[in-house]
Write a protein that binds this ligand. Structure first.
Ligand SMILES: *Cc1c(COP(=O)(O)O)cnc(C)c1O
Length: 220
């Protein structure tokens, strides 16, 4: 077996083991293969291994990689996990299946307008800046309720939350906070946990774990 498919098999087994330990159903924990900055042959190895859910953080790079491949793999699911500029909303709505990085009212309005135009109504996750880091994307926990309220008022389909913990903080604190905020708002999906910390995210309620280097190796 090649390295990528071996990694996927190992990570799925590990996810299943942790899910069983914390009495969760492994089927509700989805592995998002983060293919950003990875060579095409590794991505194709993941596709050959049956992986159909991928995350990309840049619209342009994702279009180059996936425009043709998505026609070859009809079950493909693409999540946008990087910041979205309003001038890229058209391409993003056309390409992706879930936008995980909704974080401001202006972007919500632009997404809604574009979804209507394309008649393509994507689920969105709101990215929460749980560490309230100045330079980081995501809505602050304080501003989250108003953003969610706005999304609901315009009919944008928000189904979950996403976070990237600060590098120097224990990630579990941030996963717990994300889940608390989401549950209070009636949301059921939590995109949290990356290669270094997904094992902590599963017991705290992750439904999407975003794994890049653990699957594909170091980015090039
Ligand atoms: C790059 C990236 C990941 C994957 O990171 P790894 O440490 O390689 O698993 C996950 N989420 C986001 C938002 C990313 O930008």
């Amino acid at each position: 077996m090649d390295q990528v498919s071996e990694n996927i098999a190992r990570l799925k087994a590990r996810t299943g083991f942790i899910a069983a330990e914390c009495r969760r159903n492994a089927d509700e924990i989805h592995l998002v293969a983060v293919s950003k900055q990875q060579p095409d042959d590794r991505v194709d190895a993941a596709l050959s291994a049956g992986q159909r859910l991928f995350g990309e953080n840049r619209v342009q790079e994702a279009m180059e990689r996936w425009s043709v491949r998505r026609l070859l793999y009809p079950g493909l699911q693409l999540h946008l996990i990087g910041p979205l500029q309003t001038n890229k909303v058209r391409e993003a709505v056309a390409l992706f299946n879930v936008i995980e990085t909704l974080d401001r009212i202006r972007l919500a309005d632009a997404l809604k307008a574009e979804m209507v135009r394309q008649e393509k109504f994507l689920p969105c996750f709101i990215q929460v800046n749980t560490g309230s880091e100045e330079q980081k994307a995501g809505v602050s926990p304080e501003d989250f309720p108003a953003l969610l309220e706005h999304c609901r008022s315009i009919g944008l389909n928000v189904t979950g939350l996403m976070c990237i913990p600060p590098v120097n903080d224990p990630p579990a604190l941030h996963f717990s906070l994300l889940k608390k905020i989401g549950r209070a708002a009636g949301l059921n999906h939590f995109s949290m946990g990356m290669s270094a910390d997904f094992e902590k995210a599963i017991p705290l309620g992750a439904t999407y774990i975003r794994l890049g280097t653990a699957i594909f190796g170091a980015r090039v």
